[in-house]
Design a protein around this ligand. Structure first.
Ligand code: ADP
Ligand code: MG
Length: 360
């Protein structure tokens, strides 16, 4: 561990702002990333992820705020003095150079000696398991191999910080999922600090130590994958991370009501604006109306959708509200699977009963 720690650096971002004309691409962003942490910036297109990453790399000059690496101010440092590796979806390899020359490029820029370059390139390519293809041309490589070469190029000078902007989004689903696990293992082995940009919440949940969810140039919540999923700070996060339905509830004398019945276990103490009940498909059960420990929802089956490993049963709750319940596809679980039109009672365990409010 101690050896790996030397290879990473903390990042402290304070009150970072970047406006284009009057539009705030970054709006007062503060964020501390621990040395060696794998942090993802998650948000939909246009939320400011790339702008934040480019500010860290030194290619975007913020209007105000501070960026410190290992405690040292970086705002006025040019990109090549920041010791960061970068990998982008569109950061194409040089097609006229072979694999060796591509990976050697950052070392040549930094004035490394020939023998040293050869050895480091060899090692970086071994890390991504492509050292046997060192003399090949780039055009002979598959999409996955090219991404691994780009990764080797990003880590070849052993940066303490690695910035990645949607590096896997051009790959097909299978390869993307394989690469996600490879990147995770690589991070565990090399131990550098990683800031990873993605718009794919599943990818962020899979890979990260922590996730910062961005929208409109701001960080809306930052937490571990489990906490983000189980304790979303507001309705925006609940709907963005994982599948969920947010059902409006009424608050009456400190009690939350849904379909006229009190919701036990609900977090009513905090003052929520427009409270709603977060319901995720895997948290629901088919129960009897008297089930203890469960809050019950009454509805009617609208559709049953076969999705391979599971079936999604969509339930109409009336008044324009709907939820879905997910059941694994195996014969014992599906003995009592209802069909379209059936009246059903769904149970949400009191411990899974969570209210969120609108983002303030
Ligand atoms: P993301 O990576 O999350 O999709 P970006 O950081 O690329 O978002 O962009 C955030 C917002 O800033 C977008 O609305 C984008 O149009 C705007 N923006 C980014 N770069 C520029 C630029 N150079 N000039 C003007 N607007 C920009
Ligand atoms: Mg982007």
């Amino acid at each position: 561990m101690s050896e790996e720690h030397k290879l990473s650096m903390s990042i402290d971002i304070e009150k970072l702002t970047k406006t284009y004309d009057s539009f705030a691409a970054l709006d007062d962003v503060s964020l501390s990333i621990k040395s060696g942490e794998f942090l993802s910036l998650l948000g939909s297109s246009g939320s400011g992820k790339t702008t934040l990453l480019m500010a860290l790399a030194g290619f975007v000059r913020p209007d105000a705020g501070s960026i410190r690496f290992g405690g040292r101010e970086m705002i006025f440092e040019p990109p090549h003095k920041r010791d960061v590796g970068m990998m982008f979806q569109s950061y194409a390899l040089f097609p006229h150079m072979n694999v060796f020359q591509n990976v050697a490029y950052p070392l040549k820029l930094r004035g490394y000696k020939r023998d040293d370059i050869r050895q480091r390139v060899q090692q970086a390519l071994a890390t991504v398991e492509l050292d046997h293809l060192i003399e090949r041309g780039i055009t002979e490589m598959s999409g996955g191999q090219r991404q691994r070469i780009a990764l080797a190029r990003a880590i070849v000078f052993e940066p303490k910080i690695l910035l990645m902007d949607e590096p896997l989004s051009a790959l097909d689903k299978r390869l993307r999922e394989t690469m996600q696990l490879e990147l995770r293992r690589l991070h565990e082995r090399l131990g550098m600090t990683v800031v990873y940009v993605t718009h794919d919440q599943r990818e962020a949940l899979t890979m990260s130590d922590r996730i910062a969810v961005m929208s409109k140039g701001r960080i809306r919540q930052i937490d571990t994958p489990v906490n983000l999923y189980e304790r979303p700070a507001n309705r925006f996060i609940a709907e963005f991370v994982g599948e969920s339905s947010c059902l409006p509830v009424t608050l009456n004398a400190g009690q939350a009501l849904f379909q006229g019945r009190p919701l036990r276990g609900a977090n009513t103490a905090v003052g929520l604006k427009n409270p709603s009940l977060v319901v995720r498909p895997e948290k629901l059960q088919f129960v009897s109306p008297e089930a203890s420990d469960y809050n019950v929802l009454h509805g009617r089956v609208a559709d049953v959708i076969f999705q391979g490993e599971s079936q999604l049963v969509q339930i109409d709750l009336g008044e324009g509200m709907a939820v879905a319940i997910r059941r694994p596809t195996n014969s014992s679980a599906n003995n009592h699977l209802p069909v379209r039109g059936d009246a059903v009672v769904l149970g949400l365990h009191v411990q899974d009963t969570l209210l969120v409010g609108d983002d303030q």
